[in-house]
Design a protein around this ligand. Structure first.
Ligand code: SF4
Ligand code: SF4
Length: 317
């Protein structure tokens, strides 16, 4: 029997869908393994067909992206009912991802910026999209944009997570294999990624050197062999789950944290602040603050992928 799966994207860039396609020749094996019953980004399926399915009809639903609007929430709840296994696919579904940084603004600020103030917009009458409108005989409806991006598990019960921005393609393939072979680990597990911090698999040399200044990557050329953090570049390796194959590190770029926190960490960004504190050279408050002041945009640096899942969650409106 082939698996029956549904794939959906909420507030996401589509990179997770590209990661599915990036399985290359394994895509043919996925086609042998599973029949796809919903995949709006790639094929023309109707929500009404999903609504007509019996509850639990799908073996698995893979949901990428955060929950940004009423349509995302409606389909998350629908797929939760129709699928035996609900999988949060990628950093946005797991943690809010980069779209979750919009939680620094209110819904009204976002609408004004996008539809009125943006440099490329000519909208002198300040017309904003309406949730309900009429065009002749037609009643038109748009999804409601929420005041905050939510992670998938803030809306429905999630069984498993495949982390990453995007997840490594083979992780998605292996997850489908685990479902097909009835070999899924205990509910709540992160599938296909490591159980230790990225630093544990990083091959750069570490010497417990301390730093007194933070650099951005355009400010100096990093040494190719020494730990980024010990050179003053913020690298989220100490606060990030391993399993990506050190993709960025191998490309001379510090980790931005897309594989999310380890199991026992409540807030990835705050964990990273603590790791950074341990390598700062200064001992008195004035000098410590001077080093920390050289971090440009701390919130977006430490919570780049995880603001919506953090204990901060969003800016107070
Ligand atoms: S901080 Fe970054 S560069 Fe340093 S060991 Fe960890 S992952 Fe590697
Ligand atoms: S190195 Fe960090 S940011 Fe890059 S893919 Fe891995 S976890 Fe994501």
């Amino acid at each position: 029997m082939k698996l029956k799966i549904g794939i959906y994207w909420g507030a996401a860039c589509g990179g997770c869908d590209v990661a599915i396609l990036d399985t290359h020749e394994k895509l043919l094996e996925i086609a042998d393994l599973a029949d796809i019953y919903l995949w709006p980004v790639a094929m023309d399926f109707k929500y009404s067909d999903v609504r007509a399915m019996k509850d639990g009809f799908l073996d698995a639903a893979l949901f990428s992206g955060g929950v940004r609007n009423s349509e995302n929430e409606e389909i998350a709840k629908l797929l939760r009912k129709k699928a035996k296994v609900m999988i949060a696919l990628g950093a946005c579904a797991q943690l809010g991802g980069v779209p979750g940084l919009a939680n620094m603004y209110t819904r009204d600020e976002i609408m004004k910026r996008v539809y009125i103030d943006s440099e490329s917009t000519a909208n002198e009458k300040g017309i904003l999209p309406l949730e309900h409108s009429k065009d002749g005989a037609y009643d038109l409806e748009l999804p409601r944009l929420y005041n905050a991006v939510k992670t998938l598990d803030q809306v429905v019960d999630v069984d498993y997570t495949i982390p990453g921005c995007p997840p490594a393609s083979l992780q998605i393939y292996s997850a489908l294999g685990l479902i097909a072979d009835d070999m899924l680990p205990k509910k709540g597990s992160v599938i296909g990624a490591g159980e230790r911090a990225l630093c544990d698999e990083c091959t750069r040399k570490k010497s417990e050197k301390t730093i007194n200044r933070i650099y951005r990557t355009h400010e100096k050329l990093p040494d190719p062999e020494i730990c980024f953090l010990e050179q003053g570049f913020i690298c989220l390796g100490p606060a990030t789950r391993s399993g990506c194959g050190s993709r960025c590190i191998k490309s001379w770029t510090p980790c931005r944290g897309c594989y999310g926190p380890l199991d026992d960490v409540a807030d990835q960004g705050i964990k990273m602040v603590s790791a950074l504190a341990s390598v700062i050279e200064a001992k008195d408050e004035k000098d410590i603050n001077a080093t920390l002041d050289s971090v440009v945009d701390p919130l977006r640096t430490f919570h780049r992928f995880s603001l919506a899942a953090s204990i901060l969650r969003r800016r107070k409106a």
